[in-house]
Design a protein around this ligand. Structure first.
Ligand code: BEZ
Length: 224
């Protein structure tokens, strides 16, 4: 719910698509992302918007903001206390933190299949992402001075781009940390086995559907 002239941070802005949507409402928005290439693309695509390369665990700005927004970024960071420290330090009292991230159970079917295939080959694969429950995230927010106004956890099955190659492409694009215990020269075979295992469950009418679950949060910074 951005308002004209509000100062808003888009945390984990990627290539700036949603930052631009927020800017189009008249808000004064800054996009923040840790990836140099994402920030470069965002600056080229939306030259009128400010983009800053910074780590969500330790970013800071001089003047306070009215809101911090984040979509599909925070589950990449297991050190969520550091993120919430930075978000709190960025907001004025009464400022909003509005975020969506992967919630508990997100892509469980895919993670389980990778773990099973890896185990057959003698490797132990851990879930590298942060997919909290409502309780865990509410406690973390309250511990950083936020009042939770709304939080929901819901399934959002998501079509993967790429047709028959969709799951393999998704694993190649996002699976680096997931596959870290597996030697490079075995990854292709592991992806092929995972794809075979999941075809019946997740491949529907020529499209791979990932079992995304979202945690959506609205919280207000209300330090005592
Ligand atoms: C997501 O839920 O958006 C996601 C999770 C893991 C890797 C990539 C995307």
């Amino acid at each position: 719910d951005p308002q004209p002239d509000e100062r808003i941070v888009d945390l984990g802005c990627g290539t700036g698509h949603l930052t631009n949507r927020i800017a189009s409402t008249g808000a004064d928005v800054v996009g923040v992302d840790a990836s140099a290439s994402m920030i470069e693309t965002a600056r080229e695509t939306y030259p009128e918007i400010e983009f800053v390369r910074a780590d969500a665990r330790e970013f800071s700005f001089g003047d306070p903001f009215d809101a911090v927004f984040s979509n599909a970024a925070l589950h990449w960071i297991t050190e969520q206390d550091a993120v919430l420290d930075s978000v709190a330090a960025t907001l004025c009292p009464g400022g909003r933190f509005v975020a969506e991230l992967g919630g508990t159970g997100n892509v469980d079917t895919i993670i389980d299949a990778v773990q099973a295939v890896a185990a057959d080959r003698g490797y132990t694969v851990a879930n590298p992402w942060y997919f909290p429950t409502i309780g865990t995230y509410a406690r973390a927010l309250e511990g950083h001075g936020f009042e939770v106004r709304d939080m929901s956890l819901f399934g959002r099955p998501t079509e993967l781009d790429g047709g028959a190659e969709g799951l393999a492409s998704w694993l190649e694009m996002f699976g680096d940390r997931l596959f870290s215990p597996i030697p490079d020269d075995e990854r292709e075979a592991v992806i092929a086995e995972v794809t075979d295992r999941l075809r019946e469950e997740l491949f529907v009418d020529g499209v791979w559907i990932a079992d995304y679950r979202r945690l959506r949060v609205v919280a207000v910074y209300a330090p005592k």
